[in-house]
Ligand binder design. Structure first.
Ligand code: C5P
Length: 241
């Protein structure tokens, strides 16, 4: 697979196995990972992970955003690891112990990515949750604090916006993954778009994003496979590879 394509994570944001399988067949070989989120996982259960594995050699990113007591998260991670998922998300808004137990539950096969601050959580939400004014005024400071917790607990990286990726890479080094959603190519438009803090594929990787999550710009394109390839070329040009 070309370098640019391997940087793309495509979210299977559908609720039926048939729709997911159609997308996997269409994009196999054109994206590095398929992301299975709560909508599809709750509807289909762990069998959908195995099904995607059968259809494609791409990696599997299980976006479960776990958050519970440490022992429960460890058990949930052990179950997630049994599906063969490569990456699973866990919220970083709880204890270091919870994150360490998540990493232990992955048994070195399924890696943990920390969710720092959801992109629909703005400063007013941070204030409403009772955080100090210093974090209301500087939400990136909160993202970095949570990223440090993820890093020190043995997580493999974090989910962050393209605008935060450079600060994350600078502070935690190149091995610590920055996975970036909210990607919008300059040449495409998404109807009724809800993403706010967006970056183009090129900007995101220039800022240090290792992997970019690109959903609707591919899924709603007239030719999704061609859109994935165009995004991959843009990534390669930005990285000069
Ligand atoms: O490219 P598009 O906006 O369609 O991508 C949406 C996907 O990105 C969804 O699967 C969503 O869960 C994911 N995502 C996000 N913002 C985050 C984390 C993940 O939009 N902060």
């Amino acid at each position: 697979m070309k370098k640019g394509n391997s940087r793309i994570i495509f979210p299977l944001d559908v609720s039926s196995a048939a729709e997911a399988e159609e997308l996997v067949r269409l994009l196999d070989g054109r994206v590095g990972m398929f992301k299975i989120g709560l909508e599809l996982f709750i509807d289909q259960g762990p069998s959908i992970v195995r099904r995607v594995r059968e259809l494609s050699s791409a990696g599997i990113f299980l976006d479960l955003k776990l958050h519970d007591i440490s022992a429960t998260v460890k058990k949930a991670m052990e179950s997630a690891a049994r599906t063969g998922a490569d990456l699973v998300t866990v919220h970083t808004s709880s204890s270091r112990k919870m994150l360490e137990m998540a990493v232990a539950g992955g048994k070195g096969q399924t890696r943990v990515l920390g969710v720092t601050l959801l992109t629909d959580n703005d400063a007013s939400v941070v204030r409403g949750c009772g955080f100090k004014e210093e974090y209301v005024a500087d939400t990136e400071g909160l993202v970095l604090k949570r990223a440090a917790l993820a890093h020190d607990s043995g997580c493999s990286g974090v989910v962050c916006s393209g605008l935060e990726a450079s600060a994350i890479k600078k502070r935690f080094g190149k091995e610590f993954l920055a996975v970036t959603p909210g990607i919008r190519p300059a040449w495409g438009s998404v109807a009724n778009d809800d993403q706010q803090r967006i970056t183009t594929p090129g900007m995101a990787v220039q800022q240090g994003a290792d992997l970019i999550v690109v959903g609707r710009p591919i899924r709603t394109a007239a030719d999704p496979a061609a859109a994935a390839d165009r995004i991959a070329r843009e990534v390669e040009q930005a990285l000069d590879v």
